[in-house]
Ligand binder design. Structure first.
Ligand SMILES: [Mg+2]
Length: 231
Protein backbone atom coordinates (compact mmCIF):
# COMPACT_ATOMS: atom_id res chain seq x y z
CA UNK A 1 0.00 0.00 0.00
CA UNK A 2 2.69 2.42 1.13
CA UNK A 3 5.02 1.52 -1.75
CA UNK A 4 2.08 2.03 -4.12
CA UNK A 5 1.49 5.48 -2.63
CA UNK A 6 5.11 6.41 -3.07
CA UNK A 7 4.99 5.25 -6.67
CA UNK A 8 2.10 7.63 -7.24
CA UNK A 9 3.96 10.38 -5.39
CA UNK A 10 7.05 9.92 -7.49
CA UNK A 11 4.99 10.05 -10.65
CA UNK A 12 3.44 13.35 -9.50
CA UNK A 13 6.61 14.82 -8.12
CA UNK A 14 7.70 14.79 -4.45
CA UNK A 15 6.34 18.27 -3.69
CA UNK A 16 2.82 16.94 -4.02
CA UNK A 17 3.44 14.44 -1.16
CA UNK A 18 4.87 16.78 1.48
CA UNK A 19 2.93 17.69 4.66
CA UNK A 20 0.50 20.60 4.58
CA UNK A 21 2.54 23.81 4.61
CA UNK A 22 2.39 25.88 7.79
CA UNK A 23 0.93 28.80 5.86
CA UNK A 24 -2.30 26.78 5.54
CA UNK A 25 -2.40 26.23 9.30
CA UNK A 26 -2.12 29.88 10.33
CA UNK A 27 -5.35 30.67 8.49
CA UNK A 28 -7.44 28.58 10.88
CA UNK A 29 -9.58 30.50 13.42
CA UNK A 30 -8.59 30.81 17.07
CA UNK A 31 -8.81 27.48 18.88
CA UNK A 32 -12.07 27.40 20.83
CA UNK A 33 -10.54 25.35 23.65
CA UNK A 34 -7.77 27.90 24.11
CA UNK A 35 -10.32 30.73 24.02
CA UNK A 36 -12.32 29.06 26.81
CA UNK A 37 -9.21 28.71 28.96
CA UNK A 38 -8.41 32.39 28.40
CA UNK A 39 -11.99 33.46 29.20
CA UNK A 40 -12.01 31.41 32.40
CA UNK A 41 -8.70 32.91 33.45
CA UNK A 42 -10.00 36.41 32.68
CA UNK A 43 -12.98 35.81 34.98
CA UNK A 44 -11.14 33.98 37.76
CA UNK A 45 -8.20 36.39 37.90
CA UNK A 46 -10.51 39.27 38.77
CA UNK A 47 -9.60 41.19 35.61
CA UNK A 48 -13.16 40.88 34.31
CA UNK A 49 -14.52 42.53 37.46
CA UNK A 50 -11.87 45.26 37.30
CA UNK A 51 -12.74 46.00 33.67
CA UNK A 52 -16.47 46.07 34.47
CA UNK A 53 -15.75 48.54 37.26
CA UNK A 54 -13.62 50.76 35.03
CA UNK A 55 -16.25 51.04 32.28
CA UNK A 56 -19.16 51.54 34.69
CA UNK A 57 -17.18 54.24 36.53
CA UNK A 58 -16.71 56.14 33.26
CA UNK A 59 -20.41 55.88 32.54
CA UNK A 60 -21.27 57.06 36.05
CA UNK A 61 -18.89 60.00 35.83
CA UNK A 62 -20.45 61.08 32.51
CA UNK A 63 -24.00 60.54 33.75
CA UNK A 64 -23.61 62.57 36.93
CA UNK A 65 -21.85 65.38 35.06
CA UNK A 66 -24.24 65.52 32.11
CA UNK A 67 -27.70 64.68 33.44
CA UNK A 68 -28.28 67.99 35.32
CA UNK A 69 -27.87 69.81 31.99
CA UNK A 70 -30.73 68.09 30.15
CA UNK A 71 -34.48 68.29 30.77
CA UNK A 72 -35.42 64.60 30.94
CA UNK A 73 -32.24 62.57 31.34
CA UNK A 74 -32.41 58.83 30.79
CA UNK A 75 -30.06 55.89 31.20
CA UNK A 76 -30.52 52.78 29.03
CA UNK A 77 -29.21 49.46 30.27
CA UNK A 78 -29.04 46.02 28.69
CA UNK A 79 -29.71 43.15 31.09
CA UNK A 80 -27.61 40.03 30.48
CA UNK A 81 -23.93 40.55 31.36
CA UNK A 82 -24.75 44.23 31.84
CA UNK A 83 -27.20 44.51 34.75
CA UNK A 84 -27.35 40.82 35.68
CA UNK A 85 -24.69 38.12 35.59
CA UNK A 86 -25.29 34.69 34.07
CA UNK A 87 -21.89 33.40 35.14
CA UNK A 88 -23.27 30.24 36.87
CA UNK A 89 -24.90 29.04 33.64
CA UNK A 90 -22.04 30.21 31.44
CA UNK A 91 -19.70 28.06 33.50
CA UNK A 92 -22.15 25.16 33.74
CA UNK A 93 -22.63 25.17 29.95
CA UNK A 94 -18.87 25.45 29.33
CA UNK A 95 -19.48 28.63 27.31
CA UNK A 96 -22.15 26.98 25.16
CA UNK A 97 -25.47 28.77 24.58
CA UNK A 98 -28.21 26.13 24.33
CA UNK A 99 -31.51 28.03 24.49
CA UNK A 100 -33.92 25.10 24.87
CA UNK A 101 -33.83 22.23 27.31
CA UNK A 102 -34.32 22.01 31.08
CA UNK A 103 -32.30 23.65 33.83
CA UNK A 104 -32.00 21.48 36.91
CA UNK A 105 -29.44 23.09 39.19
CA UNK A 106 -29.32 19.90 41.29
CA UNK A 107 -28.18 17.87 38.28
CA UNK A 108 -24.65 17.72 36.94
CA UNK A 109 -25.82 18.75 33.48
CA UNK A 110 -25.94 21.76 31.18
CA UNK A 111 -28.85 24.23 31.42
CA UNK A 112 -31.03 25.61 28.68
CA UNK A 113 -30.77 29.40 28.83
CA UNK A 114 -34.52 30.00 28.54
CA UNK A 115 -35.16 27.72 31.53
CA UNK A 116 -32.29 29.37 33.40
CA UNK A 117 -33.80 32.83 32.80
CA UNK A 118 -37.15 31.62 34.15
CA UNK A 119 -35.45 30.74 37.45
CA UNK A 120 -34.78 34.45 38.00
CA UNK A 121 -31.75 33.90 40.22
CA UNK A 122 -29.16 36.10 38.51
CA UNK A 123 -27.04 38.27 40.73
CA UNK A 124 -26.41 41.91 39.91
CA UNK A 125 -23.27 43.00 38.16
CA UNK A 126 -22.14 45.21 41.04
CA UNK A 127 -20.54 48.10 39.12
CA UNK A 128 -23.70 48.43 36.99
CA UNK A 129 -25.86 48.36 40.10
CA UNK A 130 -23.75 51.21 41.49
CA UNK A 131 -24.30 53.13 38.24
CA UNK A 132 -28.04 52.40 38.47
CA UNK A 133 -28.22 53.68 42.05
CA UNK A 134 -26.35 56.84 41.08
CA UNK A 135 -28.84 57.39 38.25
CA UNK A 136 -31.87 56.95 40.52
CA UNK A 137 -30.33 59.30 43.08
CA UNK A 138 -29.80 61.90 40.33
CA UNK A 139 -33.46 61.60 39.20
CA UNK A 140 -32.43 59.96 35.92
CA UNK A 141 -35.05 57.59 34.52
CA UNK A 142 -33.66 54.14 33.76
CA UNK A 143 -34.90 51.98 30.89
CA UNK A 144 -33.93 48.35 30.41
CA UNK A 145 -33.89 47.06 26.83
CA UNK A 146 -33.26 43.33 26.60
CA UNK A 147 -33.25 40.64 23.96
CA UNK A 148 -35.13 38.38 26.37
CA UNK A 149 -38.65 37.54 25.17
CA UNK A 150 -41.87 38.77 26.77
CA UNK A 151 -42.61 35.29 28.13
CA UNK A 152 -39.74 35.88 30.56
CA UNK A 153 -41.16 39.18 31.85
CA UNK A 154 -42.38 38.00 35.25
CA UNK A 155 -39.15 36.18 36.07
CA UNK A 156 -37.02 39.03 34.74
CA UNK A 157 -38.90 41.78 36.59
CA UNK A 158 -38.71 39.77 39.80
CA UNK A 159 -35.02 39.10 39.26
CA UNK A 160 -34.24 42.77 38.59
CA UNK A 161 -35.89 43.82 41.84
CA UNK A 162 -34.33 41.08 43.97
CA UNK A 163 -30.92 41.96 42.51
CA UNK A 164 -31.41 45.59 43.58
CA UNK A 165 -32.83 47.28 40.48
CA UNK A 166 -36.05 48.61 41.99
CA UNK A 167 -37.63 51.79 40.70
CA UNK A 168 -36.76 51.69 37.02
CA UNK A 169 -39.00 53.42 34.50
CA UNK A 170 -39.70 50.60 32.02
CA UNK A 171 -38.49 47.23 30.78
CA UNK A 172 -38.63 46.61 27.02
CA UNK A 173 -38.57 42.96 25.87
CA UNK A 174 -38.76 41.23 22.50
CA UNK A 175 -42.35 40.27 21.59
CA UNK A 176 -42.84 36.49 21.70
CA UNK A 177 -42.18 34.96 18.30
CA UNK A 178 -40.56 38.09 16.87
CA UNK A 179 -37.20 37.76 15.14
CA UNK A 180 -34.70 40.51 14.42
CA UNK A 181 -31.55 40.21 12.31
CA UNK A 182 -29.56 41.76 15.15
CA UNK A 183 -30.08 43.11 18.64
CA UNK A 184 -29.53 46.62 17.31
CA UNK A 185 -32.46 46.21 14.91
CA UNK A 186 -34.67 45.79 17.96
CA UNK A 187 -32.95 48.10 20.43
CA UNK A 188 -32.09 51.22 18.41
CA UNK A 189 -35.72 51.93 17.39
CA UNK A 190 -36.78 51.61 21.03
CA UNK A 191 -34.19 54.18 22.03
CA UNK A 192 -35.67 56.41 19.32
CA UNK A 193 -39.13 55.88 20.89
CA UNK A 194 -37.76 56.89 24.30
CA UNK A 195 -36.31 60.06 22.78
CA UNK A 196 -39.66 60.79 21.14
CA UNK A 197 -41.14 60.85 24.64
CA UNK A 198 -38.93 63.85 25.37
CA UNK A 199 -36.01 62.08 27.01
CA UNK A 200 -32.36 62.61 26.32
CA UNK A 201 -30.57 59.29 26.59
CA UNK A 202 -27.43 60.46 28.29
CA UNK A 203 -25.82 57.01 28.37
CA UNK A 204 -26.47 53.60 26.84
CA UNK A 205 -24.65 50.70 28.49
CA UNK A 206 -24.38 47.15 27.16
CA UNK A 207 -21.96 44.26 26.82
CA UNK A 208 -22.38 43.71 23.06
CA UNK A 209 -21.64 46.05 20.15
CA UNK A 210 -25.20 45.30 19.00
CA UNK A 211 -26.53 46.84 22.23
CA UNK A 212 -24.95 50.13 21.26
CA UNK A 213 -25.07 50.30 17.46
CA UNK A 214 -27.60 52.58 15.79
CA UNK A 215 -27.13 55.73 17.87
CA UNK A 216 -29.92 57.37 19.89
CA UNK A 217 -27.73 57.99 22.93
CA UNK A 218 -25.30 60.77 23.76
CA UNK A 219 -22.64 58.28 24.79
CA UNK A 220 -22.37 54.49 24.63
CA UNK A 221 -20.36 52.35 27.03
CA UNK A 222 -19.41 48.75 26.28
CA UNK A 223 -18.75 46.44 29.19
CA UNK A 224 -16.42 43.46 28.66
CA UNK A 225 -17.85 40.09 27.66
CA UNK A 226 -15.51 37.54 26.09
CA UNK A 227 -17.93 34.71 26.94
CA UNK A 228 -20.45 34.89 24.07
CA UNK A 229 -21.50 37.07 21.18
CA UNK A 230 -25.00 38.38 20.36
CA UNK A 231 -25.21 39.51 16.73
MG1 LIG B 1 -26.13 41.57 27.24
Amino acid sequence: MRSGLWAICLSLGLAACTAAPSSDVVRQPANVGDAKIAALSYKNSGQYDRDLTAVAAKAQSWLTRRSPAVARPALVLDIDETALSNWPVIQRDDFGRPIGGPCDLAADAPCGWAAWDQLGVDEAIAPTLALYRAAIAAKVDVFFITGRPENQRMATERNLVTAGYAGYAKLYMVPDGAHFPSASAFKAPIRAQIEQQGYTIVANVGDQPSDLAGGHAEKAFQLPNPFYRVP
